[in-house]
Write a protein that binds this ligand. Structure first.
Ligand code: DGY
Length: 320
């Protein structure tokens, strides 16, 4: 039997592919860090039966209309805003994502970023490395407390819950805003459902954990930042598109809010001259929410299991 062709848009470890070598004919863009050029992706996808892609690939209408026998797209991310779902549906292409396996790792990073921003960890590290530390002093690099403060979680999905669990351990009050109320989460974690404005006004930490959709685009805009406490810290670990970067920059400059910790940006990658990256009270990370070796391996593994299921005529484990 002819093995289906799977095109993989980035170099991934051979050992993960090995168990599927008898099932699939793998073709791969052989670069670890550089995304596949669109032209190459379009060409390869014309011959492919399945695609294992990353969030760096724009799977839009034009792309989907020009594929041949493509049956399934396994997106190595829980978010799938890089894929035009409407066009995929019209074309009958199955799309899968990678929920669950990255939840705890992404929640760890959310908390790490929150704590690093609150306690100015990156500035403190630079302070020593640049040889600025001459004396100890009472308010040297003094930041904000995390324990017993209020966290506002916007988007109480799996990752939101995992962040809330961590917040509970720190004795924090947990407010959340979500499309729908999560009564079980409220009971389990003592979280309180509030409206968006209340969350902004009452939280010491406002965390964006919502997927990027029409409704959440620029949810965190000039108005939203104005409603936050001036001591408030904004953390974004979901998608850059949920925040208006210019409004965030202005709010930070005008000291309307205290600091921001950002793992995501509207256009990625950003350069060091990106306005937000030039501010001392902003920590910028290169979209590493789920980046532990174990979790990234599990995400790839889940993509392969989804592809395998589709070609065996079974229901994929995590279809979007
Ligand atoms: C996702 O999965 O959507 C993250 O942004 C990348 O891990």
């Amino acid at each position: 039997m002819v093995k289906p062709i799977i095109y993989i848009t980035r170099k991934i470890p051979e050992n993960l592919l090995k168990p599927y070598e008898n099932t699939f004919n793998f073709r791969m863009w052989n670069e670890t860090s550089k995304p596949v050029p669109r032209k190459v992706l379009m060409e390869e996808s014309k011959q492919a039966d399945g695609l294992l892609c990353l969030l760096t690939e724009t799977i839009d209408k034009e792309f989907l209309e020009n594929t041949g026998e493509l049956k399934v797209i396994a997106n190595m991310a829980v978010g799938y805003d890089n894929i035009d779902m409407e066009s995929a549906k019209n074309k009958g292409v199955i799309v899968t994502n990678t929920p669950d396996v990255l939840t705890e790792t992404t929640a760890d990073l959310t908390f790490a970023l929150l704590m690093a921003t609150a306690r100015r960890i990156v500035e403190a590290n630079l302070y020593i490395k640049q040889d600025d530390w001459k004396h100890w002093s009472p308010f040297l690099l003094a930041g904000n407390d995390v324990h017993h403060k209020t966290i506002g979680i916007v988007g109480m999905g799996r990752i939101g819950e995992a962040v809330a669990k961590r917040a509970k351990g720190f004795g924090m009050s947990i407010l959340y805003y979500n499309r729908s109320r999560k009564i079980e989460t409220e009971k389990k974690l003592g979280a309180t459902y509030v409206n968006f404005d209340e969350l902004l006004e009452q939280s010491d930490y406002v965390t964006s954990l919502v997927p990027l959709t029409e409704e959440t685009k620029h949810l965190f805009n000039e108005n939203a930042f104005k409603k936050m406490k001036s001591s408030g810290i904004f953390i974004n670990v979901s998608r850059g598109g949920t925040m208006d970067e210019e409004a965030l920059y202005n709010a930070l400059q005008a000291q309307e809010i205290k600091a921001a910790g950002l793992d995501v940006f509207e256009e990625e990658p950003i350069r060091s001259n990106h306005p937000l990256a030039t501010l001392d009270n902003v920590i910028c990370l290169p979209h590493i929410g789920s980046a532990s070796v174990a979790t990234r391996s599990e995400m790839i593994q889940l993509c392969l299991e989804n592809l395998d299921a589709v070609y065996k005529g079974k229901k994929p484990l995590t279809q979007v």
